[in-house]
Every structure is written in C-alpha cells, then in structure tokens.
Design a protein around this ligand. Structure first.
Ligand code: PXG
Length: 293
C-alpha cells in the first residue's frame, strides 16, 4: 500500500511527494534530518529528537518553517495516517528550492517532509550473536569543519566509512577522529565495559550526542553500573571485556570482535544483556502517544 508522506504541511501519497531538483538539500546537502522510532503507538523520545533537529537547523542558519509543537504533531500525524504501530520516522528539512550556486539566501522557503515506515538496520541474528567491527580509515570531521553534532543531509563521510566496513566483510565500522581516538560507529554510538565500568567516547572526541546514548546513561544509573565519558583509543576497544552500540535505528546491539580481536571471550556479554532487557522495557512503556497529538 502506498505510504502517506507529510510534505510541507499536507499528507500526500508517496508518488506525489516530490521535491524540486533545485532544492539545495539535494544540490548541496544543505539541510538537516532526524531518525525517530515509535513502539506500540508511542513515539520514543520525540521531544529530544525535535529539539536536536532545531539545534541542527540553528547551527546552519536554517530558519525552521514550523514550531517545535507543529513538528512533533507532524510526526504523530504521519504515523497515524499510515496506521502504523511500530516503526521508524525519517524527518527531513531542506534549505528549499533556489537558483544554482551555494548561496542559501537564494532559497526562499525551507521544505520539510516526514516519512513513517519501517527500518531493519541489522539482521536479527546479530542481536543474538553480536557484530564484528573493523576500524575505518575515513575520519569523523573535526570541530573545525561543520560540527559533527549537526545531523546534516551530507552523510558521505559516514556512508564511505560504512562502505569500507562492508567491503571488509563487517556490518559496521569504528570511526576515529583526526587524533586517532575513537569517536563512534557510522550510525551508532559505541560503549565498552572494562573493570565493571561502562565507558563511551566524549562528544568533544567526535561522538554524536545520541538520544539512545543518553538513554544508556539513564539505564546505567538504574542498573547501578558506573558509566563515564572518556577519550578512548583502539587499544581500549581491543582490551575491553564487552562492547555494544546504541542508536535509534540499531537500538542496542552487541559487538563480539573488533579488527579481528575477540572482545572479552568473544561471546555476547552479560552486562549488555541487562541493558538490552532494560532498553526493551523502556521503549515499550514510555513515549508520546501517536493519537494524542
Ligand atoms: N551517530 C551518528 C553519526 C548518527 O547519525 C547515531 C550516532 C545514534 O544517535 P541516536 O540519536 O539515533 O541515538 C546516529 C543516528 C537514518 C539513520 O537513516 C540515522 C542515524 C543512524 C542511522 C540511520 O535515518 N542517526
């Protein structure tokens, strides 16, 4: 069945959901996006995702054409219009159509669209058996470039890193920053367990301030497991006892090998299993009701 897409304030059939070839989102990657999950008719961490979208837009001087509440409502409306209960929302704001040339002021009105559908990032077996990762040569951009915090429409660094991982036979890759310290994976944040403590790269080391990452901090507190942000190197990953990833699309997923070194005993870790259970409970019991918009 054709999906209903929210486009600039209207719900339209997917084959009518079109943007201009002059849209600077397409021509220059000039725009921002969010990926959001909904579970059992409730949108997980909706407010946080929309706040981050507004922050991304502000950082690139893109004036949002809709208010925070209107954007939240557009997400719920799109899910409801498609009769979906569990799935994934892709929300995109582009600079809009304008003449050729980088100048964003050539674009009069930003465009926004919302797609509600499903996503399967990794096959189910990896959640049970764990992922093997490789380190990619493509680096996370430095803070001297566009901030790696901006979820912009130019994800080519991450796409190229993902290609490296896939070509090496791995499902996901570790991205380092220019200093050679661990930042994150191509679409997920990374965590290790060592000596009873969870460690994750600092935002200043190039990790995205992930919404699911923040959930991991909350769950660590709930589970009574100490957790800190630290500058991490590949050595720290290789010598960790457990490793796992978090992200809206991936949720939480275990890692059992990195660059051919087994992590711990090479099996899915017991601490990870506690996080997975707590995460599943949380996603099933909280969120903004879709019907309540
Ligand atoms: N790092 C990067 C670079 C990301 O893009 C995450 C970490 C995880 O953050 P959250 O807030 O989701 O916990 C992301 C998330 C998509 C898509 O196609 C989006 C992401 C990842 C993969 C696919 O919408 N972003």
């Amino acid at each position: 069945m054709a999906l209903k897409i929210w486009l600039d304030g209207k719900l339209v059939d997917e084959d009518e959901a079109k943007v201009s070839v002059f849209d600077h989102g397409l021509l220059y990657g000039d725009g921002v996006f969010e990926g959001i999950r909904f579970y059992s008719g409730r949108v997980f961490r909706l407010e946080e995702h929309i706040s981050r979208l507004f922050d991304s837009a502000k950082a690139i001087l893109l004036k949002m054409p809709w208010t925070h509440k209107e954007v939240c409502d557009s997400v719920c409306e799109t899910i409801a219009a498609n009769g979906l209960v569990d799935g994934y929302v892709r929300l995109v704001v582009t600079r809009g159509a304008g003449g050729l040339g980088l100048n964003p002021y050539l674009c009069e009105t930003p465009s926004m669209f919302v797609i509600a559908s499903s996503i399967t990032l990794y096959p189910e077996e990896y959640y049970a058996n764990g992922l093997s990762l490789v380190t990619c040569s493509t680096r996370r951009p430095t803070h001297g470039s566009l901030s790696p915090q901006v979820k912009s429409l130019n994800y080519l660094n991450n796409v190229m890193a993902k290609v490296e991982a896939l070509k090496a036979g791995a499902m996901e890759g570790v991205m380092l920053n220019e200093q050679g310290c661990v930042a994150e994976c191509t679409g997920d944040n990374l965590f290790i367990l060592k000596n009873g403590k969870i460690r994750t790269p600092r935002i200043s080391d190039g990790a995205l301030d992930g919404i699911t990452r923040a959930v991991i901090f909350e769950l660590a507190e709930e589970l009574g497991i100490p957790m800190t942000e630290e500058t991490l190197t590949r050595y720290d990953l290789y010598t960790s006892e457990e490793c796992f990833l978090s992200g809206t699309a991936a949720e939480v997923i275990p890692v059992v090998a990195i660059d051919e070194r087994p992590i711990g005993d090479g099996q899915v870790g017991e601490t990870f299993k506690k996080f997975l259970e707590a995460f599943r409970k949380l996603t099933q019991s909280t969120g903004t009701p879709v019907g309540g918009a």
